[in-house]
Design a protein around this ligand. Structure first.
Ligand code: HEC
Length: 411
């Protein structure tokens, strides 16, 4: 491979680079849509959620990115199986004792206590740390994400408090992951030295010498890869293919179950109006002590808005049938004209019908008006027998019933 393009070495084939793109994009999307949920009261988060048209959209994008990352992870596992079983490549990402030694030497070198930096192979200890941090993070995020996505299934096996705990862990690990990418990854591959190999797929000899001298030495010695003869390769492929198929189906089913097992997320109720005035305090205005100043110098006072509940409900009291009849408008006058001679201050039968409050107080038998129940109010039943010393006409009784049914209002 280094013969055609002089002095560069293939580091990542296209498939690995596509994997990196998939992970990079899904991770970024998850971070952008996740952090506003983690810091939901921050002004930026509120603005961002508003910009996207609501938390539902944000959550949907977050979920789609999570599905992409889960599929990417499943693919990565299949690729790992292929490389490990079929190609039998060296498992260069596995941490070894040498990585600890390399880390220690790098530390000594950085503080000026060692003359040379560690000589490392295909993956440096920093790269391994980051890879395994990503694996660890993916496990945590996957597990806690599952718990939040499927709280009912989770709490069938675990106590309920794991759900808020999962939420806390998900947000905490997310913050850690984002900071790791910004600080550790950005520094490692962009700032300390711009490493474009994940996008170009190749590294120059000089870069190899600097970053991966042991791997370069292996490549030059022809021992970096184990060539597999085509017959063995096909034999192993025949074994791996069915296993990989079953594994793939299993993982796809897992992702499907993860995503569709439950419909538990509380759907946000659609907004009714952009702004609803729920409480308008009256402006404390001092009572006028003198005649108002002439209009020329008068500044208009802010008019206090009417009670919002009244606005919302209209002019009638909710729950009662509408009626224009009130004590003040007609009923009071009617009863006074027909009954006051006996049910005035003299209060025959203990009943005084002079005023609204007197009438509501009732007579010797107790209340004579049961608001909302005209048919059973004593005032009506007494009149309906038709033999009372003071008698209302049937039309007037009907009016009284209508008034009581509507709540027997004074005004
Ligand atoms: C001529 C006198 C007279 C007039 C007019 C009169 N009532 Fe009476 N009312 C009485 C007397 C006496 C009693 C007490 C004896 C009884 O319970 O029948 C009474 C009792 C009542 C009671 C029962 C009070 C209680 O708590 O026991 C009701 C209700 C009543 N009147 C309604 C009316 C209404 C309504 C009118 C007007 C349309 C009216 N009355 C006009 C004489 C009158």
């Amino acid at each position: 491979m280094s013969r055609t393009t002089a002095r560069t070495y293939e580091r990542f084939p296209l498939a690995r680079r596509i994997e990196h793109w998939v992970m990079m994009l899904s991770f970024t999307t998850l971070a952008i849509t996740g952090l506003p949920q983690r810091f939901s009261s921050a002004p930026f988060s509120i603005a961002f959620v508003g910009f996207l048209g609501g938390i539902e959209t944000l959550r949907t994008i977050h979920h789609i990115a999570a599905i992409v990352m889960m599929l990417g992870t499943a693919w990565h596992i299949l690729v790992f199986g292929y490389l490990a079983y079929v190609r039998r490549t060296r498992l260069t990402m596995i941490p070894t004792l040498q990585d600890v030694k390399d880390g220690w030497q790098a530390l000594l070198y950085n503080i000026g206590r060692a003359k040379t930096p560690p000589q490392m192979g295909r993956y440096t200890f920093e790269e391994k740390l980051e890879y395994w941090a990503f694996v660890w993070g993916a496990i945590i995020m996957g597990l806690t994400g599952f718990m939040m996505w499927n709280p009912l299934s989770t709490t069938r096996f675990l106590p309920g408090e794991v759900i808020p705990a999962a939420k806390a862990a998900h947000g905490g690990e997310a913050l850690l992951a984002v900071l790791a990418i910004i600080i550790w990854h950005m520094y490692g591959v962009h700032i300390r030295r711009l490493n474009k190999s994940m996008f170009t797929g190749r590294m120059s000899e000089e870069e190899m010498l600097h970053e991966h001298p042991l791997e370069l030495a292996d490549i030059k010695a022809g021992v970096a890869e184990h060539p597999v003869d085509p017959v063995t390769l096909r034999k192993r492929q025949r074994v791996y293919l069915p296993i990989a198929t079953v594994l793939a189906l299993f993982m796809l089913l897992g992702v499907y179950g993860f995503v569709s097992a439950e419909q538990t997320a509380i759907t946000t109720v659609e907004r009714q109006a952009p702004t609803v005035v729920v409480f308008v305090p009256w402006t404390p205005t001092p009572a006028p002590t003198q005649t108002p100043t002439p209009p020329a110098t008068e500044t208009p006072l802010p008019t206090a808005s009417p009670n919002a509940t009244q606005l919302a409900a209209g002019s009638t009291t909710p729950g009662t049938p509408a009626s224009a009849l009130t004590w003040d408008s007609s009923i009071g006058t009617l009863l006074q004209s027909k009954c006051i001679s006996c049910h005035g201050p003299g209060a025959l039968g203990g009943l005084d019908l002079s005023t609204y409050s007197d009438a509501m107080r009732g007579g010797a038998s107790g209340p004579v008006i049961i608001p909302g129940d005209g048919a059973n109010s004593l005032l009506v039943t007494r009149q309906q027998t038709g033999d009372h010393p003071g008698q209302l006409t049937p039309e007037e009784i009907a009016q009284v019933i209508e008034w009581i049914d509507a709540g027997a209002l004074e005004k």
